[in-house]
Design a protein around this ligand. Structure first.
Ligand SMILES: *Cc1c(COP(=O)(O)O)cnc(C)c1O
Length: 425
């Protein structure tokens, strides 16, 4: 499928008068349409709820848009819990799916009334030790081990993943929870990431639904909810076919009716914790070309770097690039598009066919709406960028300002006596 930027050169030329590049910009219209489609795809399930994976795009303005469509938040740390609470998403609207969890994180999750999803059997005692007694509602994260396969091959490798309880531990753990007075139970699993196929959720659902039936038989526990977690992917590459959320929702409904309904589990609520699928395509990193270099290869140097988008450096991930204003020109040049870090993996594209690029051109790097800005860091003293929201009416709102050198210096103890003294006055 052709990948089109949701901004034009003319729009960016206006925006940069106020907000200089680089910045991430999000498309409110796209976010809303997608959230609505997801909600409709699972409307057959009475208790359905999406808990947006906050780590993907931790911005309260975006979280609040999703909240309008009934989405809660999936948090994994103390600060994400605080952020969700501050955004007005609290209580049962929070799923706390963490691992290697510090005590203070569990404490806050319980205080906010979040649903806690335990990553390990030992966390039952750990949590009880912290809170004095277990919450009435608890969830367990399952990891069957092995590899996760669908018809066209291996999708991921749960056996190598640090998360979740084994099958044996799952049965034991529900027995313990029941005996300790827990009344509402959930089951969670995240077995494959960025799946660009409509088969992942239905396959995962079948596995979890069958397990739910066994749990009921073996322990007498009837689950209240089954959390399919994240992992529904997006087409980063133009040749990929996007997932169809309606087909996915229907696929899950079919196995629900085949497996859960006959077992007397028709009231189970389906939850999801999507991150990438909710935001990925609706964010772009906009950056300006500041150098070209002709050495052993042809390099285009931009004003963004891996600090603003780490996925290419970290996973060799493909992110499509549009040279704004040159959408219809032939891609007859081969470039490496680089940032300025003193790291040779700081490349947004390697040997990429693009139109002829000139200094001053604006590049839109696609699909940065999830796991983009949020993975950023401050290596080489590089500062994190602003985040902008392109609203439905075409106006632009600053939803996070760019870091300044003062932000970078703010966490040092006083080392500059003159400055510290003048600041303390
Ligand atoms: C990262 C994560 C998600 C979201 O994953 P996506 O690939 O963005 O859909 C959901 N749940 C948990 C527990 C996660 O760690």
């Amino acid at each position: 499928m052709e990948k089109k930027a949701f901004v034009t050169k003319e729009m960016i030329e206006e925006i940069v008068k106020k907000y200089p590049t680089p910045f991430h910009i999000y498309d409110e219209k796209g976010i809303r349409e997608n959230a609505k489609a997801l909600k409709e795809a699972f409307s057959w399930n009475k208790g359905y709820k999406e808990f947006f994976a906050v780590k993907a795009t931790p911005n309260p303005f975006l979280m609040k848009i999703l909240h309008e469509y009934g989405c809660g938040s999936d948090c994994s740390s103390l600060t994400e819990l605080m952020l969700s609470d501050a955004a007005g998403i609290t209580g049962r609207d929070i799923m706390f799916s963490s691992n290697d969890t510090p005590a203070e994180d569990f404490e806050l999750a319980a205080k906010l009334g979040a649903t806690i999803n335990l990553d390990d059997i030992t966390h039952i005692d750990f949590l009880e030790g912290i809170l004095g007694r277990l919450p009435k509602r608890l969830s367990l994260r399952y990891n069957p081990g092995g590899v996760f396969k669908i018809s066209n091959g291996i999708m991921d490798n749960p056996g190598d993943a640090k998360y979740g309880l084994t099958t044996e531990q799952i049965f034991e753990a529900y027995g313990i929870l029941k005996q300790k007075g827990v009344e509402e139970f959930g089951l969670h699993a995240f077995l494959a990431s960025n799946t660009v196929t409509n088969d992942y959720y239905p396959m995962l659902a079948k596995q979890l639904f069958e397990l739910a039936v066994q749990i009921k038989e073996k322990t007498g526990v009837s689950l209240s909810f089954i959390n399919l977690s994240g992992g529904v992917g997006i087409p980063y590459r133009p040749e990929q076919t996007p997932n169809d959320i309606r087909i996915i929702g229907e696929g899950v409904r079919k196995v629900f009716e085949e497996v859960l309904v006959p077992a007397g589990l028709a009231d189970v609520a389906i939850y999801t914790e999507l991150g990438r699928f909710m935001m990925g395509p609706y964010g772009m990193l906009v950056t300006k070309v500041i150098h070209e270099k002709h050495t052993h290869k042809e390099y285009i140097g931009v004003d963004a770097c891996a600090v603003n988008l780490m996925r290419p450096a970290m996973y060799g991930a493909y992110h499509h690039i549009t040279v704004l204003g040159k959408e219809n020109e032939p891609c007859d040049h081969t470039y490496d598009v680089t940032g300025s870090l003193c790291e040779n993996n700081d490349k947004f594209a390697i040997d990429r066919q693009l139109p002829k690029i000139d200094i001053g051109d604006y590049l839109a790097i696609h699909d940065t709406g999830a796991h983009g800005f949020s993975m950023g860091y401050n290596y080489n003293g590089k500062l994190k960028s602003a985040e902008l929201l392109l609203k439905e009416d075409g106006s632009v709102q600053l939803i996070r300002r760019a870091q300044t050198p003062a932000d970078y210096f703010a966490t040092f103890d006083c080392f500059d006596e003159y400055r510290c003294l003048t600041e303390k006055k």
